[in-house]
Ligand binder design. Structure first.
Ligand SMILES: Nc1ncnc2c1ncn2[C@@H]1O[C@H](COP(=O)(O)OP(=O)(O)OP(=O)(O)O)[C@@H](O)[C@H]1O
Ligand SMILES: [Mg+2]
Length: 327
């Protein structure tokens, strides 16, 4: 039995599903019951109509905001400190997938909010994450996603999230942060990480910048912590390799045309186009990939179904190999 938060062995026989230290990280106390008092079916029937419409957190998948009241997690319309994402009907096990993917990100050095799995009343697992858009004193932290920063207007088919390249996003981040190459480098790492875990949905709405509390001026200080990271190819193996084109001109490198997938040189080239020295790009790639064995261990311990676990591990192996390739 492993902890629903960190996926490490639980030594206790107390029937607890989290380490006390993990509960404290999530809730600041151990005195919270993580098991929800309602089922997923109830979420879809009752809560969604009431809560989702007025929620400040949007997105395509149904989700709920929760807060702690009387030592329980309860849905709220506004001001909740947690977001709960159940697995959508059409993507079974998405919650388990997102949870382990976020932990893989943390291993790779990606800034990751505290997250966990929790159980609905009937035992089904859902993904829970602490909100990162509030300062400890409750103040709202200003954050905007790349469709907002690029002033791209919403289209009904949802295609607006895919209309720019990672190269353009890198340039935009550089300008919007008033020339912070460190932020560009962290973004580059997330592009590499998304490739490693076959997250084919790292699109413009899943990339956000924020302004630290108390910051004067209009420039952004950093990326927000990571969110919406998961292996999407487990559900749609034929989807595009990357959510956005790599390069501004929509072109593919000669090695891509030869091999049919991106390898290390393509990412180094992407880095160069964003202003990153070759050495920095190569180091960033190796920083993400060298955790591969620990990642596979975590995947084996995860709550995903064994067939998805095995596929995910094979995916990471395949991509790690591609990211090491310099043809
Ligand atoms: N931990 C968090 N704290 C604060 N805001 C968050 C957090 N996680 C996500 N968000 C915000 O909520 C939005 C929706 O979350 P997320 O991307 O996980 O949902 P989704 O429905 O899967 O999205 P998509 O539209 O990509 O399918 C994000 O675009 C982001 O702005
Ligand atoms: Mg999203």
């Amino acid at each position: 039995m492993v902890c629903l938060t960190c996926l490490k062995e639980l030594s206790t026989t107390s029937g607890q599903e989290h380490h006390d230290s993990c509960l404290r990280r999530l809730f600041d106390t151990t005195a919270v019951r993580s098991r929800l008092a309602f089922t997923r079916a109830e979420v879809f029937q009752d809560f969604r109509a009431i809560h989702t419409r007025r929620m400040s957190i949007s997105g395509v998948q149904p989700k709920l905001m929760l807060h702690v009241e009387d030592k329980e997690l309860r849905p709220v319309a506004t001001g909740g400190r947690y977001i709960l994402k159940p697995s959508p009907e059409s993507f079974p096990g998405a919650a388990e997938n997102e949870h382990v993917s976020m932990l893989l990100g943390a291993l790779a050095g990606v800034d990751t909010p505290t997250c966990s799995l929790v159980r609905f009343a009937d035992g089904e697992l859902a993904y829970l994450v602490r909100r990162f858009d509030r300062a400890p004193n409750g103040d709202k932290i200003h954050q905007e996603d790349l469709t907002q920063i690029l002033a791209i207007s919403r289209t009904t088919d949802g295609e607006f999230k895919y209309g720019r390249s990672y190269e353009e996003v890198g340039e935009t981040i550089y300008t919007a942060t008033d020339g912070k190459l460190g932020v560009v480098l962290r973004f580059f790492e997330r592009v590499v990480f998304s490739y490693l875990i076959k997250n084919g949905d790292y699109h413009l709405k899943n990339i956000s910048l924020r302004r630290g509390p108390g910051t004067k001026g209009l420039s952004y200080t950093d990326l927000t912590p990571n969110y919406d990271s998961l292996n999407t190819s487990l559900y749609s193996p034929k989807e595009r390799v990357t959510a956005l084109d790599m390069y501004k001109d929509g072109e593919y490198s000669s090695s891509y045309q030869m091999l049919g997938f991106h390898c290390q040189v393509d990412f180094v080239d992407l880095g160069r186009r964003m202003g990153l020295p070759t050495k920095a790009a190569v180091q960033a790639i190796s920083k993400v990939v060298r955790k591969k064995d620990q990642m596979k261990q975590l995947l084996r311990a995860s709550y995903m179904a064994p067939v998805r676990q095995a596929q995910f591990i094979a995916d990471v192996d395949e991509r790690a190999m591609a990211l090491a390739m310099v043809p």
